[in-house]
Ligand binder design. Structure first.
Ligand code: 6PG
Length: 465
C-alpha cells in the first residue's frame, strides 16, 4: 500500500472539508474517525463521497502506519479534552520527528502545554488556527499556524496549496509565531468576529423599527459595495432576505445566541494583559444577555412602549458603523500586540492582516488597509487617516447613540465603542479620584502631576484639620 503524504483525524464538518480540499489539490490523504454507534458510517461515507480517493481508517494505528515519514497529522477534533484524548492515543504510535497539528479552536495555553509535553518525546506540535467555516475549509481557508519553524516547513506546501489566496495570489497562511501563537491569534480573530457580528446586529436594531428586512438588506448591500465591504455584512444582507414560505426565516430564529467560548477567551486575555476591549466585551455580553430570555420576557413587561416618530439617519449610522469597526479591530490587534510582547513571539501584524484578507470570517476591505498600516505603525489608531475617519465621525456617532438610547434600541457594541473613543480622546481622566480613594482606604500611594512620576505619596485624605 502506498503511504499518504498527510493524515487527518476527525471527519466532522471542518475535518472532512479540509480533507476534500487536500484531495482536490492532488495530495494523497489518509483519514481517521473513531468508530462508535453514532459515527460508524462517517469513514465509509467520506470514502464514497470522494470516490475512494483517500485511505480511510477507524483503527488509529493502521491510520498512523499509512503515513509517510516524517508523518504529518492534522487533528480536527473538538477543542478541549478530546484533543488530549487523541494525543494520548497517538503518542505511543508516532515516531520522533513526526508532526502533530491541532486545527481546532483550542485555547492557546492548552497548545503551549501540549507543545512542551510532546517536545519531551521528540514530537513536533503545531497549533493551527483555521478560519472560514465549511465553505472556506473546502475551497480555501485562512490558516494561522503556530509552532516550530522546521516542523511548519514540513507542512508548509500542503497548507499553502489548500489555503485561500490574497489579492496578489499569495496564500493566506503564514507561520504566526512559536508554540501557542497560532491559536492565540485565532482566538482574537474570533473576538473581532464577535464584535463585527454584534455591530451589524446593532445597526439592524436601530433600523428595524422603521425599515423592512428588504430595506435593511438593501442598505447593507449598498454599504457592502464600498469601503464597508466584508464577508459578514454580505451574508447578513442575504440572511435578512431569506424566506420560508411567505415569512422571513430570520423572524423565526430564537433570539438566544450560542457561543463556543473564543469570544470570552479574548476578553479574558485582554483583561489579563490590561488591554481595553470594550467593543469585543460588549459583543460577548450581548450573547450572554440574549440567553437570559426568560428574565427578559418577564422584565420587559414593566417597560412602556417607546413610540418611534423619527427615522434614523442612514448616513449617520453608516459613519458610526465605520468608526466602530476601526475601533473593534484596533482593540483586537492591540491584544495580539500585547500578547506577542509578553510571550516574545514577534508576531508580524501586517502579515497577520494580510492572511486575514481572504478565507476567514472577518475578511474585509478594511483588513486590506491594515496590511499597509502595520507596515508603518504598531497600532491602528496611530494611523492618521484612520484616526481622522473616527474623529470626523464624532457627530454622527453621537447622533446614532442618542437616537438608539432615546428609543431604547439595543446598541451594545456601538455604545461601548463610543465610550471607548470618548475616553481615549479625553486628556484628563477620572483616575485621580480612584487613586485618592485607593490611597485613603489602603495606603496604596499616589503620584502627583507636579512631581516626577517615580515619586509616590500618601496622605490622610479624610483629615482636613
Ligand atoms: C471561523 C469561525 C469558527 C466558528 C466559531 C464560532 O473562523 O471559521 O470563527 O471558528 O464558527 O468558533 O464561534 P461561536 O460558536 O463562539 O460563535
Amino acid at each position: 500500500m502506498t503511504k499518504s503524504e498527510v493524515g487527518i483525524i476527525g471527519l466532522g464538518v471542518m475535518g472532512g472539508s479540509l480533507a476534500k480540499n487536500m484531495i482536490s489539490k492532488g495530495f494523497s490523504v489518509s483519514v481517521y474517525n473513531r468508530y462508535t454507534d453514532t459515527e460508524k458510517d462517517i469513514v465509509p461515507n467520506f470514502l464514497k463521497d470522494t470516490s475512494n480517493k483517500a485511505q480511510g481508517f477507524t483503527d488509529i494505528s493502521q491510520f498512523v502506519n499509512s503515513l509517510n515519514s516524517p508523518r504529518k497529522i492534522l487533528m480536527m477534533v473538538t477543542a478541549g479534552a478530546a484533543v488530549d484524548a487523541v494525543i494520548s492515543e497517538l503518542t505511543p504510535l508516532v515516531d520522533e520527528g513526526d508532526i502533530v497539528a491541532d486545527g481546532g479552536n483550542s485555547h492557546f495555553q492548552d497548545t503551549q502545554r501540549r507543545v512542551e509535553e510532546l517536545k519531551e518525546r521528540g514530537i513536533h506540535y503545531l497549533g493551527v488556527g483555521i478560519s472560514g467555516g465549511e465553505e472556506g475549509a473546502l475551497r480555501g481557508p485562512c490558516i494561522m499556524p503556530g509552532g516550530n519553524g522546521d516542523a511548519y516547513a514540513q507542512f508548509q506546501n500542503i497548507l499553502e496549496t489548500i489555503a485561500a489566496k490574497d489579492k496578489n495570489g499569495n496564500a493566506c497562511v503564514s507561520l504566526v509565531g512559536p508554540d501557542g501563537a497560532g491559536h492565540l491569534v485565532k482566538t482574537v480573530h474570533n473576538g473581532i468576529e464577535y464584535g463585527e457580528m454584534q455591530l451589524i446586529a446593532d445597526c439592524f436594531a436601530i433600523l428595524s423599527p422603521t425599515h423592512s428586512h428588504e430595506e435593511i438588506a438593501g442598505i447593507f448591500n449598498q454599504w457592502n459595495q464600498g469601503d464597508h465591504q466584508s464577508y459578514l455584512l454580505g451574508i447578513t444582507a442575504a440572511i435578512l432576505k431569506k424566506k420560508e414560505g411567505d415569512a422571513y426565516l430570520i423572524d423565526k430564529v430564537l433570539d438566544k445566541a450560542g457561543n463556543k467560548g473564543t469570544g470570552s477567551w479574548t476578553s479574558q486575555l485582554a483583561f489579563k494583559l490590561g488591554i481595553p476591549t470594550p467593543t469585543i466585551n460588549a459583543a460577548v455580553t450581548a450573547r450572554y444577555l440574549s440567553s437570559q430570555k426568560e428574565d427578559r420576557m418577564k422584565l420587559s413587561k414593566n417597560i412602556p412602549d417607546h413610540a418611534i416618530d423619527e427615522i434614523p439617519s442612514i448616513e449617520a449610522l453608516e459613519a458610526t458603523y465605520r468608526a466602530c469597526r476601526i475601533l473593534n479591530h484596533h482593540q483586537g490587534f492591540e491584544v495580539i500586540r500585547a500578547a506577542s510582547e509578553m510571550y516574545q513571539w514577534n508576531i508580524n501584524l501586517s502579515e497577520l492582516a494580510r492572511i486575514w484578507t481572504e478565507g476567514c470570517i472577518i475578511k474585509s476591505k478594511l483588513m486590506e488597509d491594515f496590511v499597509d498600516v502595520f507596515k508603518e505603525k504598531t497600532r491602528i489608531l496611530d494611523d492618521n487617516t484612520l484616526l481622522r475617519t473616527i474623529l470626523r465621525s464624532e457627530k454622527p456617532f453621537l447622533y446614532t447613540l442618542i437616537y438608539s438610547l432615546k428609543y431604547r434600541l439595543l446598541n451594545n457594541c456601538i455604545s461601548e465603542s463610543y465610550n471607548y473613543y470618548s475616553f481615549l480622546t479625553t486628556e484628563k481622566s477620572t483616575a485621580h479620584i480612584i487613586q485618592a480613594q485607593r490611597d485613603e482606604f489602603g495606603a496604596h500611594t499616589y503620584r502627583r502631576n507636579d512631581r516626577p512620576e517615580n515619586e509616590s505619596f500618601t496622605s490622610n485624605w479624610t483629615d482636613n484639620g
